[in-house]
Design a protein around this ligand. Structure first.
Ligand code: MN
Length: 455
């Protein structure tokens, strides 16, 4: 059995502190143990960065410094091209270098921002060049995302949604054998903070003879986690499950906005289309798999009648540590709550650990037919729902009661109710990892506000 210990190094030490003192605040999502990728725009140019406490660090400028070069030179097998890739402003150029390069970058950053390392700490000129106040930065997508696939990996989500349509047979027979997904739309992926216009489309009431075209009335969010592909695979080749982790750059939060009334009318026979592709919001920070090592857990056990994975999706190491205990939450605030000075209200909380399929199984299945995954592609988990009623990761599930019964709206502080999203509502996703003996790390926020569309 593979254990934690062999995957951990000095960058995970809970006792590390940084000379960026805001990183030492126990409440920050971004202690020196995290070191996620992000990007900001300056004078129309995208620059790759990391975030430490309240500071955004320009990785392109830092990588050009002798101090960073000295760190890389200490690596046993220095990866060529790291500094150029970091300076390119395109995270796909870093992704293609693979996990080894990522670990070298992580070790260099962990060393340079350690409280006891003087190189930057005592070099005011270099520090002023590479360190920026996060509040003053405009964060942007880290790269042009070529392809986006959304899976359906939560058996609890699939069971609840299935029960709405097939009370006696909620799970379709293929579910427990094959990771189900659909190809999403990369062009409409937007970064947290971007407003989302209510989509229009065809909907048909159950008792109507014909559909109408107009604004979506049943707008929903889906609380998901996304994985960015690191190194890809050539078309015609596949990715063995034991190697899948080496092809993942890192994870982010994803809100797969969903127009349920459009979806209901259009989804048969080919699956989601315009109900999903009008917007997908992602968090600005990509937390690397290396940062997440302390929070790996066994895959969800397959008890009862659940079948073992087919051999190409079955791997001891993946079953032992292919899950991630990433605790995710969905929050909402409405225009009325904001004007009353009320904070957001939590709608649900769950953990990625409850997913039926691991990220490695999703990635391996995706490439198993010879489909080429490309550096920087995004693969999302599907709605993260868990076994508990408060772990339902979308309003479609949260407001579901029983077959034939009307939906039960969610009551918000201040007395408003919601069955689906109204114009002006803001949905905020959050994610964080905690484990005994390790520093808590977080994903930042993934938020978007619904704006109206004319009929
Ligand atoms: Mn989804």
């Amino acid at each position: 059995m593979t254990t934690h210990a062999s995957h951990l190094d000095q960058t995970h030490d809970a006792l590390l502190s940084s000379w960026i003192t805001s990183a030492n605040d126990p409440a920050t999502d971004f202690p020196i143990q995290n070191l996620p990728y992000c990007a900001f725009e300056e004078k129309g140019v995208r620059r790759l960065a990391t975030r430490i406490g309240d500071t955004i660090v320009d990785l392109g400028l830092l990588a050009a410094s002798p101090a960073f070069a000295a760190c890389l030179a200490k690596e046993k097998a220095p990866e060529p091209g790291i500094a150029l890739a970091l300076a390119s402003g395109d995270l796909a150029r870093v992704a293609v270098l693979g996990r080894g390069a990522g670990r070298a970058i992580r070790r260099a950053l962990s060393h340079l921002f350690n409280a006891s390392t003087p190189d930057l700490r005592d070099d005011a000129a270099l520090r002023a060049k590479v360190c920026k106040d996060a509040a003053s930065c405009t964060l942007v997508l880290t790269h042009r995302i070529g392809d986006y696939t959304d899976f359906y990996a939560s058996i609890d989500h699939a069971s609840t949604v299935g029960a709405m349509f097939r009370p006696d047979n909620p799970l379709l027979p293929n579910y427990t054998w094959v990771p189900i997904g659909y190809h999403g739309r990369a062009s409409s992926i937007v970064i947290s903070g971007t407003s989302v216009r209510r989509p229009r489309g065809q909907t048909k009431a159950d008792d109507a003879n014909a559909p109408v075209f107009g604004p979506c009335k049943l707008l929903d969010y889906e609380l998901e986690v996304g994985a960015f592909i690191g190194r890809g695979n050539a078309r015609g080749s596949s990715i063995p499950i034991g190697e899948a982790g080496e092809h993942i750059l890192g994870l982010c939060l994803v809100n797969d906005w969903s127009a349920r009334d459009l979806q209901k009318w259009e989804y048969q026979p080919l699956g989601p289309f315009l109900a999903k592709n009008f917007a997908t919001t992602i968090s600005p920070y990509i937390v690397t798999l290396d940062a997440l090592e302390p929070f790996r857990v066994p895959a969800r056990p397959r008890t009862g009648d659940l079948p073992a994975p087919l051999p190409y999706l079955d791997d001891d190491a993946d079953q032992n540590r292919g899950g991630f205990d990433i605790r995710v939450e969905a929050w909402i605030d409405t225009p009325a709550m904001r004007s009353a000075g009320q904070g957001p209200a939590r709608l649900s909380r769950g953990s990625l650990r409850h997913m039926y399929w691991t990220l490695a199984q999703m990635l391996t299945h995706h490439a198993s037919n010879g489909c080429n995954l490309e550096p920087g592609d995004l693969i999302a988990s599907g709605t993260v729902s868990g076994p508990e009623p408060d772990a339902r990761g979308c309003l479609l599930e949260l407001t579901w009661d029983a077959p034939g019964k009307p939906r039960k709206p969610v009551t918000l502080p201040g007395g408003e109710t919601r069955t689906f999203l109204q114009d002006g509502d803001r949905v905020i996703l959050r994610g964080a990892c905690e484990a005994e003996g390790f520093r808590r790390i977080g994903f930042g926020a993934c938020e978007g506000t619904i704006t109206p569309v004319e009929g």
